[in-house]
Design a protein around this ligand. Structure first.
Ligand SMILES: Cc1cc2nc3c(=O)[nH]c(=O)nc-3n(C[C@H](O)[C@H](O)[C@H](O)COP(=O)(O)OP(=O)(O)OC[C@H]3O[C@@H](n4cnc5c(N)ncnc54)[C@H](O)[C@@H]3O)c2cc1C
Length: 267
C-alpha cells in the first residue's frame, strides 16, 4: 500500500498536481466547490502495528483506540485519556491531538512518510510541537509513527480506557461534527467565551451550535451540510467573541481547499 502511495505521490509531484490528504476526516470541513486536484483518502493506508517492548511502530491509518487497546493487552499504554479522540495516526500527529492535559507528542519518537515522492523520516524535538500543531514540512504524507509507551497493568489500563470512552459518550454533543470549532486562546476556554456571547443554539441551514457545548457545531438530519453555511456560522461566533472580549478565535479544524495546497511549496 505504501509503495503504491509513493508512486502516486511521485506522479502527482512530477505533474505539479494539487492534493490534500485525509485521514479519518474527523477534523476537516469539506468544500462546496469542485476540487481542483487530488484527494488522497488514507483511511485504509497503513493499518499495521509492530512492537518491540515499549516501542510501537504504527501505520498512519491506525486509530488511537486501536493502539490503546492493542498495547494495553501487551502491558503498555498511557494513552487512555486520548483513546476517545476519533482520529488515526496521520491526523493525530499532524494535529498533535490532546485531551485532559495530555498530548500525543509525549509519546512520539519518530515519524516516517513521503515527501515530494521520496522516503522521509524525522525525529521531532519538543520545540517542533505546539498546541494542536506539529511543525511538519508542507506536503509530507505520513505513513507510520514510532511511539514509546509506558509499562502498565493490562486490566487497569483496560478499565481506564473503558471509563474514558464512557466519559466522552456522556459529554460529547450528539450529531455529526468536526470536534471543537476553535482553539482555546491562551489562558481561556473558547467554549466559555462563546457561551457568554450567547452562541449556543445559533444556526445556519442544518448546522447548529450545540446547546451542550458552545464550541461545537453539529449537523442535524440526513441532508449534507454546506461549507458556506458553516463559514457563516463560524464567522458569527468569531465576530461575537471579538466584539465582546477583543479575542480573535482561531479555527481548530481544517477547511478543505485544494487551491491553497499548491505543490510548488514542496520544492
Ligand atoms: C467528536 C470529536 C471529538 C474530538 N475530540 C478531540 C479531542 O479531544 N482532542 C483533539 O485534539 N481533537 C479532537 N477532535 C479532532 C480530531 O479528531 C483530531 O484532530 C484528530 O487527530 C484528527 O485525525 P483524523 O485522522 O480524523 O485527521 P483528518 O481530520 O483526516 O486530518 C486532519 C489534518 O491532518 C492531515 N493528515 C491526516 N492524515 C495525514 C497523513 N497521513 N499525512 C499527513 N497529513 C495528514 C490532514 O490533511 C489535515 O490537515 C475531535 C473530533 C471529533 C469529531
Amino acid at each position: 500500500m505504501v509503495s503504491s502511495l509513493k508512486k502516486i505521490l511521485q506522479f502527482i509531484n512530477n505533474k505539479q498536481i494539487n492534493y490534500i490528504v485525509i485521514g479519518n476526516g474527523s477534523n476537516l470541513i469539506g468544500s462546496d466547490a469542485d476540487c481542483d486536484g487530488v484527494v488522497l483518502d488514507l483511511r485504509r493506508c497503513g493499518s499495521e502495528i509492530h512492537h518491540d517492548g515499549a516501542v510501537f511502530t504504527v501505520g498512519a491509518a491506525v486509530s488511537l483506540l486501536t493502539l490503546a487497546r492493542f498495547s494495553a493487552e501487551r502491558g503498555y499504554g498511557g494513552l487512555s485519556k486520548l483513546c476517545g479522540i476519533p482520529g488515526q495516526f496521520g491526523g493525530v500527529v499532524t494535529m498533535n491531538a490532546g485531551a485532559l492535559g495530555q498530548e500525543i507528542c509525549t509519546y512520539v519518537q519518530e515519524l516516517h512518510g513521503i515527501l515530494a515522492g521520496h522516503d522521509w523520516s524525522w525525529r521531532p524535538e519538543p520545540a517542533d510541537w505546539g498546541y494542536r500543531h506539529c511543525r511538519l514540512p508542507s506536503g509530507v504524507v505520513l505513513t507510520s509513527v514510532v511511539l514509546k509507551l509506558k509499562e502498565v497493568v493490562p486490566e487497569e489500563e483496560n478499565k481506564l480506557i473503558l471509563s474514558e470512552l464512557r466519559r466522552r459518550a456522556d459529554v460529547t454533543p450528539k450529531g455529526r461534527s468536526a470536534g471543537s470549532v476553535f482553539r482555546n486562546p491562551p489562558g481561556e476556554f473558547a467554549g466559555a467565551l462563546l457561551e457568554q456571547c450567547g452562541c449556543k443554539g445559533l444556526s445556519v441551514g442544518n448546522l447548529h451550535v450545540s446547546e451542550r457545548h458552545a464550541n461545537w457545531i453539529v449537523k442535524e438530519g440526513e441532508e449534507p451540510g454546506h461549507a458556506s453555511d458553516c463559514r457563516l456560522l463560524v464567522e458569527e461566533m468569531r465576530r461575537r467573541v471579538q466584539e465582546r472580549f477583543g479575542v480573535l478565535l482561531e479555527n481548530e479544524w481544517h477547511w478543505v481547499n485544494l487551491r491553497q495546497n499548491l505543490l510548488h511549496e514542496l520544492h
